[in-house]
Design a protein around this ligand. Structure first.
Ligand code: GDP
Length: 610
């Protein structure tokens, strides 16, 4: 059978063959893999009711739709799989290497979850501050996103790592991105309140992730505290306290009086020892997960990472998400410099070129070059995926309009931390002023506005937004010289207002018709080489030469879209004739003029916007 043709262009059918594409691939990418012309795919998709250009990122759904049509089994590769493949090309894998027998025991990593106001934050603070080792270290404990405490168990000094962001978001966000960080969940339940919706939610998350739970029954100092009731309630969710014959440890605590904290730490260790065999290879190239990232005024990008395996050292070449660099210094939660960080050790890393996101994995590689290449490839992938998710689908109905008037406002967003950049982007994407105007964020990042941001802005019509950041030296000069629109904000709603106004400014002007005059035809003259001329009397307003006109006969519009091409009073050409006066009106090649017709003239005026 000959290759089927679609819209006149032939396409190679896949007969169910598999083709793998990264999320956010374009039709050109697909064309390359199946040996087709990109234009043929654009046409095929067009016939399916979707209008995209060859190089635009296409979402999963659309790729599947197109795949079904041309009989290719299109597999959209998940970012995780793709990343695994990317690392493989550098001969790297994310995970423990070697024989489990050679691995060393490592501390458990704990996340605190529970209902709002049940005391998660206070409990994390209490544990951090009551720690003896921390006090001996002398430094003021800072929030870096995670910390380690040491507790004594059977004459052994045993560390425990706490993720210092209470709540379910961090837990699920990390899991969603494939980072399994938490070994044990401490479920906080206020003894004076009981099991609440978020308690159940936390419990479900932990159970889904198959992470053992230790229950901290908090606020036992409060009047009305009923720890027994909590134990009772939780049996309904499969958490049966040890003292009732189950295998979940419940500990009564008070974050306020610090009562029961040691018992809680002991319970965590006992649960870890009983249910988990936490080991890691401390000898391999270090790897782990980013817990938090921020831009520090003095030190530049700073990331708190949790080392999961290997031993991280100063001078290591590291790639974390799409950031890379050389570890300039390692700092613990007391601000002390560390020479090295062992598995399950949270540590601040200084020396990255940009700020990675929470949940990104990090790897130490042999050479700076490799780190940079991996980071670059990831950056490109993130950009593609974002473009795909952001593309507004254009339906066939809008096609005409879209082709004629696809107006787009491009933005570059830079901010002081990844959270605000994301929040700002999300808020901006919600602005809707009109269907034919879209907003696109072509680049976003943490840090000051650099020369390369401005270079990027020059390529298109781009507004650069700086949220709590400024343009750096050369960038300001370049922006001024080239007239790039750079705007600074420190309040999100202000940014939204201004961008909304900018979008409105891009709206097509709306016009309205304004009547100018009308004239009644008294007599029709045939003028050689010109055609019929209407001998008329102006009944209202003014008839002006070159104005738009329509012809009305017995109250019905006979012809629209006419122009007053000639206008005469007696033998003279005139530009206008006022009401009450007679004149000759020529309507160009339009000759169907009869006596008693009415010629109305009007003009289109731009409507002021509300
Ligand atoms: P989160 O929303 O779970 O992080 O809860 P917080 O740690 O912010 O605590 C909520 C409120 O409960 C705060 O006013 C705390 O001071 C208070 N609180 C937390 N733990 C205790 C406790 O053990 N006893 C008493 N009496 N109050 C507590």
């Amino acid at each position: 059978m000959a290759a089927p043709s679609m819209g006149g262009v032939s396409l190679p059918r896949g007969h169910g063959q598999v083709v793998r594409l990264p999320r956010g691939a374009s039709l050109t990418d697909l064309a390359e893999k199946i040996g087709a012309q990109p234009a043929a795919l654009v046409t095929a998709l067009f016939h399916l009711g979707e209008m995209v250009t060859a190089t635009q990122s296409v979402n999963d759904e659309t790729l599947q739709l197109l795949g079904a049509e041309i009989e290719w089994n299109i597999q959209v590769v998940s970012p995780e799989d793709e990343d695994r493949e990317l690392l493989e090309t550098f001969d790297l894998t994310f995970g423990d290497e070697g024989d489990a027998e050679d691995w060393v025991a490592r501390p458990p990593v704990v996340t605190v979850m529970g209902h709002v106001d049940h005391g998660k934050t206070k409990l994390l603070d209490a544990i951090r501050n009551s720690n003896v080792v921390a006090r001996e270290a002398g430094g003021i404990t800072q929030h870096i996103g995670a910390y380690q405490v040491v507790t004594e168990l059977e004459d052994d000094e045993r560390p425990i790592t706490f993720i210092d962001t209470p709540g379910h978001e961090s837990f699920t966000a990390m899991r969603a991105r494939g980072a399994k960080v938490t070994d044990i969940v401490v479920l906080v339940v206020a003894a004076d309140d009981g099991v609440m919706p978020q308690t159940v939610e936390a419990l479900n998350h932990a159970q889904a992730a198959e992470v053992p739970i230790v229950v901290a029954v908090n606020k036992i100092d409060k009047e009305g505290a009923n720890p027994a009731k909590i134990r009772q309630q939780l049996t309904e969710y499969g958490l049966v306290a040890e003292e009732y014959g189950g295998d979940t440890m419940f500990v009564d605590v008070s974050a306020t009086t610090r009562q029961g904290l040691d018992e809680l730490l002991t319970a965590i260790l006992l649960t870890a020892d009983a249910e988990l065999d936490l080991r890691a290879n401390a000898e391999q190239d270090p790897q782990g997960v980013v817990i938090e990232g921020k831009l520090d005024k003095g030190r530049g990008p700073v990331a708190t990472v949790l080392v999961q395996r290997g031993t991280l050292r100063q001078g290591d070449s590291i790639v974390a998400g799409d950031a890379y660099g050389r570890v300039r210094s390692l700092l613990d939660e007391h601000g002390n410099k560390l020479k090295e960080a062992l598995p399950a050790r949270p540590v601040q890393v200084v020396g990255l070129t940009s700020v990675p996101r929470a949940g990104d994995t990090f790897l130490v590689v042999e050479e700076d070059r490799v780190a940079r290449q991996i980071a670059d490839r990831r950056q490109a992938r993130i950009r593609n995926a974002q473009n795909a998710s952001m593309r507004k689908r254009i339906s066939l109905e809008d096609l005409d309009a879209a082709l004629k008037e696809n107006r787009q406002l491009n933005l570059i967003i830079k901010g002081d931390n990844s959270g605000t950049v994301e929040a700002l982007e999300e808020a901006l994407m919600k602005i809707e002023v009109s269907d034919d105007i879209s907003l696109r964020v072509i680049h976003r990042g943490v840090g000051g506005i650099t020369k390369s941001d401005i270079d990027l802005a020059l390529a298109d019509d781009v507004i650069v937004l700086g949220f709590n950041v400024r343009a750096e030296g050369q960038a300001t000069e370049l922006a001024n010289r080239e007239g790039v629109d750079v705007r600074y904000y420190s309040v999100i709603y202000q940014a939204i207002e201004e961008i909304e106004a900018a979008l409105k400014g891009m709206l097509k002007p709306e016009y309205e018709e304004v009547a100018l005059g009308s004239a009644e035809v008294r007599e029709v003259f045939r003028v050689p080489r010109i055609g019929n001329v209407a001998g008329s009397i102006v009944r209202s307003g003014v008839i002006t030469r070159n104005s738009k006109a329509r012809l009305v006969r017995d109250g019905v519009v006979v012809a629209d879209n006419l122009t007053v091409e000639s206008l005469r009073r007696f033998k003279d050409d005139v530009t206008e004739v006022r009401d009450g006066y007679e004149c000759g009106i020529g309507l160009g090649s339009f000759n169907d003029i009869k006596t008693e017709d009415v010629i109305e003239t009007f003009e289109m005026r731009e409507k002021p916007r509300a």
